[in-house]
Write a new protein. Structure first.
Length: 147
């Protein structure tokens, strides 16, 4: 299974009946991911980082700033997280600049899913999560996207 399919399949497990409680929304994802080999958890993390990295562009940040005049690097990142949990079509529309409704929203909690799944699997603190993604998803990391 390719990483994008894995990521999408995992995000399909979100329990949106618990909307408003991000931990509860993500609990089924964390539980399923925790039953996978570490390599799958790490692939999920790498894919999430890559998808967020691709959305880290000047054009999208400008859209976000129009919706949120006091946008910060973190608020732009957390809004990009919304694109990840709303499926591939929504994500692609955001990436192409055709979807702007997310700029007033955030879903920061998705960033903790890989470490939480690993911690649950190994019965260790999430702070001991041993993996680092090859791409950084922090705002401004995609140099080409900000030119």
């Amino acid at each position: 299974m390719d990483p994008y399919t894995l990521f999408g399949n995992m995000m399909d497990l979100c329990d949106w009946s618990r909307q408003g409680d991000d931990a509860a929304v993500l609990r089924p994802v964390i539980r399923r991911l925790a039953r996978q080999p570490d390599t799958v958890i790490f692939a999920f993390d790498d894919t999430m980082a890559e998808l967020l990295y691709r959305l880290d562009t000047r054009q999208l940040a400008q859209q976000c700033r129009q919706a949120q005049p006091y946008m910060s690097g973190d608020s732009f990142l957390y809004a990009r997280c919304v694109a990840l949990v709303n499926g591939p079509a929504y994500y692609e529309n955001v990436r192409r600049g055709r979807e702007t409704s997310l700029w007033g929203m955030e879903f920061e909690a998705v960033l903790s899913v890989p470490a939480a799944a690993w911690a649950h699997k190994h019965r260790r603190p999430a702070a001991e999560y041993p993996h680092r993604t090859p791409l950084c998803y922090e705002t401004g990391s995609n140099g080409a996207g900000w030119q």
